[in-house]
Design a protein around this ligand. Structure first.
Ligand code: IPM
Ligand code: MG
Length: 370
């Protein structure tokens, strides 16, 4: 099969490489079964790039990411690099990719799969059937706002500064992504900010309100303060369909929402740029979990979030809905069969490591595709 789909694979640090290895086997499986074939390049990012090249990401890697049809990202960071200043940290790899590729819409689904309903720290009746999507703005806000820095005051003490800043256009483009997604889901968007305290939040609310009235009258819009949203996510998470919010609030709320599903090890994400005239858009896919240095190298990490990130890649970058759904079903079936990595272990299930979990997914794919 012609390999016309260009992937850049960036495993990163910690558990990144070990979970990515299992995904590569799924990619090989697709090739073997002649379902699809990918032209795969791999590169270093994060701490591993710092060790090898002195920087978290090189301009060459950024250029390769721009040239690829999609980027599959692992995770970056770890205690080894914690002492480094902001200019040199491993996290710069993902932040640079988001900024340089204009990846402004970070899609973070929180789905409770039936076999895992018991893995949530909330009661099953609260989370059963949960399926919400957080759309987090990811190239603006306080993550990138100027001025920023730590300055020394005349008396020798210091002052740390970051700036929360959003423009109409930044709010509108991420708002559109949320409204479009809602159209394919339950048709409801909840916009989250702190319009009661922050001017940037007030502009956010006004802009989303006007956008909905102008372009999305078919979508039900609601507004919520971020603190209330955190509370509502734990109280009654199924009230939400799509949540759209700023970079920082989205960072916090998506970690919170992910735990509703039982494990950070289960959740994928997609970060999308604006489509060009041909409909092509930059896109990066990564699990929500970090590099998990405490379990790295032990072969116990859950590879499913990375697998499900690859499924999102097939869906959003290549329109391969059938293959995406196949991988998702395989993951669900493996869990239903009682195999669990430690993070989602439950009484009566069999605890397995990263590689055995990967094997099980491949076996299930064989069965489903037979
Ligand atoms: C995330 C992570 C990143 C973020 C870090 C690694 C910079 O927490 O993707 O949520 O804060 O955006
Ligand atoms: Mg985060």
């Amino acid at each position: 099969m012609a390999a016309n789909k260009k992937l850049l694979v960036l495993p990163g640090d910690g558990v990144g490489p070990e979970v990515m290895r299992e995904v590569i086997r799924v990619i090989d499986w697709m090739d073997r079964k002649r379902r699809a074939s990918f032209d795969i390049a791999e590169d270093l990012v994060g701490g591993s790039a710092i060790d090898a090249r002195g920087v978290a990401i090189t301009p060459d890697t950024v250029a390769r990411a721009k040239a690829a049809d999609a980027v599959l990202f692992g995770s970056v960071g770890g205690p080894k690099w914690d002492h480094l200043g902001f200019e040199h940290r491993p996290e710069l790899a993902i932040l640079t990719l988001r900024r340089e590729l204009g990846l402004f819409a970070n899609l973070r689904p929180a789905v409770v799969l039936d076999p895992l309903v018991g893995a949530s720290s909330l009661k099953p009746e609260i989370v059963k059937g949960l399926d919400l999507m957080i759309v987090r703005e990811s190239t603006g806000g306080i993550y990138f706002g100027e001025p920023r820095g730590i300055e020394t005051l005349p008396d020798g003490s210091k002052r740390g500064v970051n700036t929360e800043v959003y423009t109409t256009l930044e709010i509108e483009r991420v708002g559109r992504v949320a409204f479009e997604l809602a159209r394919k889901r339950q048709g409801r968007v909840c916009s989250v900010e702190k319009a009661n305290v922050m001017e940037s939040g007030l502009l956010w609310r006004q802009t989303v309100t006007a956008l909905q009235a102008r372009e999305y009258p078919d979508i039900a819009i609601s507004h919520m303060y971020a603190d209330n949203c955190a509370m509502q996510l734990v109280r009654n998470p199924r009230q939400f369909d799509v949540i759209v919010t700023s970079n920082l609030f989205g960072d916090l709320l998506s970690d919170l929402a992910s735990m509703l599903t039982g494990s950070l090890g289960m959740l994928p994400s997609a970060t999308l740029g604006a489509p060009d005239a041909t409909g092509r858009r930059h896109a990066l896919y990564e699990p929500i979990h970090g590099s998990a240095p405490d379990i790295a190298g032990k072969g116990v990490a859950n590879p499913l979030a990375q697998m499900l990130s690859f499924a999102m890649l097939l869906r959003y970058s290549f329109d391969m809905e059938e293959d995406a759904a196949l991988i998702e079903t395989a993951c669900t079936n493996v869990l239903a069969s009682g195999l669990r990595t430690a993070d989602v272990m439950a009484p009566g299930c069999a605890k397995v490591g990263t590689h055995v979990m990967g094997e099980a997914v491949l076996r299930e794919l064989d069965k489903l595709a037979a």
